[in-house]
Design a protein around this ligand. Structure first.
Ligand SMILES: C[S@@+](CC[C@H](N)C(=O)[O-])C[C@H]1O[C@@H](n2cnc3c(N)ncnc32)[C@H](O)[C@@H]1O
Length: 280
């Protein structure tokens, strides 16, 4: 569906109410959805498509622009294993709830026996898949049940001070989660080369790939200081608090989305003649 950004803003973003979650600005949810809309321009989405989204998250940041782009007769099956808190409210207020089927499950085992989707997408979600084994398993599951797979993730690259400020605060998250819960989350961003390697290990062929600058502020590296204060190990807590103070000071002055890497992938075509039985 060829939709201009202005139309998306008017039809959808204007319906998303401001949020009161200081120090994030009231329009942070709209800004993030606009970034996802820009990312999805590279995913070759058409009206009427049946799309699977992995790791939709509590705020439906990618789900909303996806559901808009597939149109009235398209479908988005949105999968997440745990985070659903605001999902229903946000998709309802955006007027897109009827196009979306939410499914709470672990994407390492998808309950579809055969190819059931035109496209499967994983946008800003690979970093939450905890480890390489899970990343490869999830990508291979997506390839098994969709004709094409689209993966996009921020890159560990800063082309200006605001992107650097984002990366400095963001890069603390992996360590903070590990110190608090004994398990990493929000892993450091992968390079495009690393993403390609994961895709190949999952058996996929990269059809097209690229990078682009979202050119938008990005607030989601923020993690409240009070969480860091709960780290039990005294030395680790002191060290993390020092780094958090420094990183937050820069982040407050301005923060921007780093460049995003994206890949469109498919399973390799079977060799000619494969699947025919002998003698026919
Ligand atoms: C960074 S968040 C949301 C990303 C969202 N697509 C966006 O555009 O910002 C990634 C999500 O992946 C989910 N997730 C992590 N591992 C998963 C798994 N094995 N199966 C399904 N969802 C998973 C997490 O619960 C989290 O909500």
């Amino acid at each position: 569906m060829l939709v201009s950004e202005e139309t998306f803003k008017k039809d959808v973003l204007s319906k998303i109410p401001p949020r009161d979650e200081s120090p994030l600005p009231p329009d942070w949810l709209r800004t993030e959805m606009l970034e996802r809309f820009r990312v999805l321009q590279f995913a070759s989405i058409r009206e009427e498509m049946n799309v699977l989204e992995i790791g939709c998250g509590a705020h439906a940041l990618t789900t909303v622009p996806l559901a808009y782009l597939v149109g009235e007769t398209g479908r988005v099956v949105a999968v997440d294993r745990s985070r659903w808190r605001f999902f229903d409210d946000i998709t309802t207020v955006a007027g897109l709830k009827r196009r979306i089927i939410p499914l709470k499950l672990d994407a390492r085992e998808l309950p579809f026996p055969f190819k059931a989707f035109d496209l499967a997408v994983l946008v800003h979600g690979i970093r939450s898949l905890k480890n390489e084994e899970t990343m490869i398993k999830v990508i291979s599951e997506m390839l098994r049940i969709a004709d094409r797979v689209f993966i996009a993730e921020s890159l560990p690259v800063a082309n200006n001070e605001r992107q650097e400020a984002h990366l400095k605060l963001y890069n603390l998250r992996e360590e903070i989660f590990e110190a608090l819960f004994g398990e990493k989350d929000d892993l450091h961003y992968p390079t495009l080369g690393k993403l390609t390697e994961l895709v190949e290990k999952a058996g996929g062929n990269v059809i097209e790939s690229g990078t682009f600058e979202p050119d938008l502020p990005h607030y989601l590296a923020y993690i409240p200081r009070k969480y860091v204060e709960r780290v039990k190990d005294e030395d680790k807590r002191a060290e993390l608090l020092k780094r958090w103070d420094r990183a937050y000071g820069k982040w407050k002055r301005g923060t921007e989305h780093p460049p995003v890497g994206w890949l469109l992938i498919e399973l390799p075509s079977p060799p000619l003649g494969a699947g025919r039985s002998a003698g026919r």
